[in-house]
Write a protein that binds this ligand. Structure first.
Ligand code: PMP
Length: 347
């Protein structure tokens, strides 16, 4: 008897992260800013007080309340997750049947496809984001024509950094017949959020993460924001204690120090714009105007650039297949970016 019954997953590769250490790591869209000692001391104190023998609060009430204050939404509209990654799977489990259609754009965050495969959901890329312009009317038309049961989009988009404005997202929410998940993983670097509209639209779910602007990738904290009816369905599909108690406690410390978060975002944005200004206009590097903490670049020499940077201890993100002429750089510290610019502009 074969133990492997999922023939359809035969070609699916486990998600692998490069373990080799590079001096400068600009490949995973993490924040380059570490929390200062004062906050880490506060965290250490909090950790000392937890009861390790007890389960944490499975509904993460206090965590959601504090995060809700940060994004301006009531906690009753929020579900916490073990990273927003987990919540993508939970949402699909909650709302899609085997054989239903999930629509997204090309390119977008790779895990949308992985979860679709795991759940035997029909995955359809209904729009090409590598085109110069984004036509929202066409996106709406394609969602409807493809009879999508759920449409998911990262906005700002990873990896392109392109963004659809709030008014166009509203148009999309009104123009389609399906559930729409707007993954705002990078929205703190832009200002087109629709998170305040979750109670106005019965088909809107917003995803947020603490791994990017908040610089907490290590903790694995993400949030799903939606109306109460949708939340109730999502709760049915999540495991009881999905967020580690330690992560929850540490996250709360950061949410109580909101001024530090805003300072860090300001610093990151200044650095992003500085790097973009230096790169744009370079005839060998076609940069997409960034709306996240990374820059997406097209170049005939993409592969060569990637290899040369690696040789010099700098790891950026390269792509293959239809994106083989592209690479993506995460904005690093002022010092690391100087090194990167020096090497990039020399190639
Ligand atoms: N959505 C998008 C668009 C992302 O780029 C990422 C991480 N790269 C995630 C979700 C997942 O983030 P996390 O699980 O760390 O919250």
């Amino acid at each position: 008897m074969s133990t492997f019954k999922r023939e359809d997953l035969k070609n699916l590769q486990p998600y692998e992260v490069e373990k080799e250490k590079y001096e400068i790591k600009l490949d995973a869209n993490e924040s380059f800013i570490e929390y200062e000692e004062k906050i880490k001391d506060e965290m250490a104190k909090v950790i000392k007080k937890v009861s390790l023998n007890r389960y944490p609060d499975g509904s993460c009430e206090e965590l959601c309340r504090l995060y809700g204050k940060y994004i301006g939404v009531d906690e009753s509209n929020i579900v916490a997750g073990n990273g927003s990654d987990e919540l993508i799977g939970v949402i699909m489990n909650a709302f899609l049947n085997r054989g239903d259609t999930l629509g997204t754009v090309f390119p977008d965050f790779s895990m949308y496809k992985v979860y679709s495969q795991l759940l035997s959901i029909n995955f359809k890329e209904i729009y090409d984001y590598t085109m110069d312009e984004i036509y929202v009317d066409l996106i709406i038309e394609n969602i409807n024509e493809s009879k999508c049961d759920l449409f998911i989009l990262s906005n700002p988009n990873n990896p392109t950094g392109k963004i659809i404005g709030r008014s166009d997202i509203i148009k999309l929410l009104k123009g389609v017949n399906c559930l729409v998940v707007i993954d705002e993983a990078y929205m703190e670097f832009a200002s087109e959020s629709v998170v305040d509209l979750v109670n106005e639209f019965e088909n809107l779910i917003v995803l947020r993460t603490c791994s990017k602007a908040l610089g907490l990738a290590f903790l694995r904290l993400g949030f799903c924001i939606c109306n109460k009816a949708l939340k109730n369905e999502i709760l049915k599909a999540k495991s009881p204690f999905n967020v580690s108690g330690l992560s929850g406690e540490l996250g709360k410390v950061v949410f109580q120090n909101r001024e530090v978060i805003y300072e860090n975002i300001d610093r990151l944005l200044k650095e992003r714009d500085r790097v973009y200004e230096k790169l744009k206009g370079n005839k060998n590097l076609q940069c997409v105007k960034p709306n996240g903490n990374f820059i997406f670049i097209k170049s005939d020499y993409a592969d060569r650039i990637y290899e040369k940077l690696l040789d010099r201890g700098i790891r950026v993100r390269n792509f293959s297949g239809k994106l083989k002429d592209y690479f993506r750089i995460t904005i690093g510290s002022e010092k690391d970016n100087e090194r990167l610019l020096h090497e990039l502009l020399k190639i």
